[in-house]
Design a protein around this ligand. Structure first.
Ligand SMILES: [Zn+2]
Length: 235
């Protein structure tokens, strides 16, 4: 992924995008969006970052741990520590039987729209939604310089395999008809094509992509591991 400079309104950069506290009054961290734990090593040469307050940053850590271990278990097909590729995740599962139990509960049988029986991993939606909103705020701010301090009007996360063909086609359509603000990273992407594939910003192939569409509403979508689809929007 390429690094892109941006030149949007400096006055928009004064607050933590999660809690609205003025940045000048608190200690802050640069937070990767998405968090590096969602990506494969070696990491892309550049991963977007936003400045947030330390309290918000650490407040997401349990939900992020759940999200990251969930995806690892899903990919390995098992919650056994030794089945995981990442040693950090192996250790997290080995020392935390409660987390293993929660993840085991995510496995559910289901029937596809075409009538096929399958096992699916359906994560705890509140935890997944909190991380979806965290990432959406980060992506919106990074691409458009817009701090979305309000609670979103809509939050949704669903395994792609549960969508019908028509829902999938609608979900993949993210190209906006208007042009983003001059100076924003999204404007630079549209002009140069940087990391852009049919409107999606590709952080890492087959691992993480997102789209930010500003057309009256502001909508952020992501696809994680070609498995989980998320959508967050603000009126
Ligand atoms: Zn904060």
């Amino acid at each position: 992924m390429q690094e892109i400079e941006e030149f949007t309104d400096e006055r928009q950069k004064g607050w933590c995008i999660h809690c609205g506290t003025p940045i000048s009054t608190i200690s802050t961290n640069w937070d990767h969006v998405p968090t590096k734990g969602l990506l494969d090593r070696p990491l892309p040469s550049y991963v977007p970052q936003v400045e947030v307050c330390k309290q918000c940053n650490s407040g997401f850590s349990l939900d992020e741990e759940y999200f990251i271990t969930f995806l690892s278990c899903l990919l390995s097909g098992s919650t056994a520590p030794e089945a995981q590729v990442n040693p950090k995740i192996q250790r997290a599962l080995a020392r935390n039987p409660a987390l293993v139990a929660r993840l085991d509960a995510a496995k559910q049988a289901f029937t596809t729209p075409s009538g096929e029986e399958k096992v699916i991993w359906q994560p705890e939606s509140e935890r997944i939604n909190r991380i979806a909103v965290k990432n959406a705020r980060g992506h919106a701010f990074f691409e458009f310089g817009e701090p979305m301090l309000r609670e979103p009007n809509y939050v949704w996360a669903m395994p792609l395999v549960l969508l019908t063909d028509q829902q999938r086609t609608e979900f993949e359509k993210v190209a906006a008809s208007g042009w983003p603000e001059v100076g924003s990273r999204m404007m630079t992407r549209i002009a140069s094509g940087a990391d852009l594939d049919k409107g999606w910003v590709v952080v890492q192939d087959d691992v993480y992509r997102y789209a930010v569409v500003q057309e009256g509403t502001l909508m952020v979508r992501s696809v994680i591991r070609n498995y989980l689809a998320t959508e967050v929007s603000w009126d």
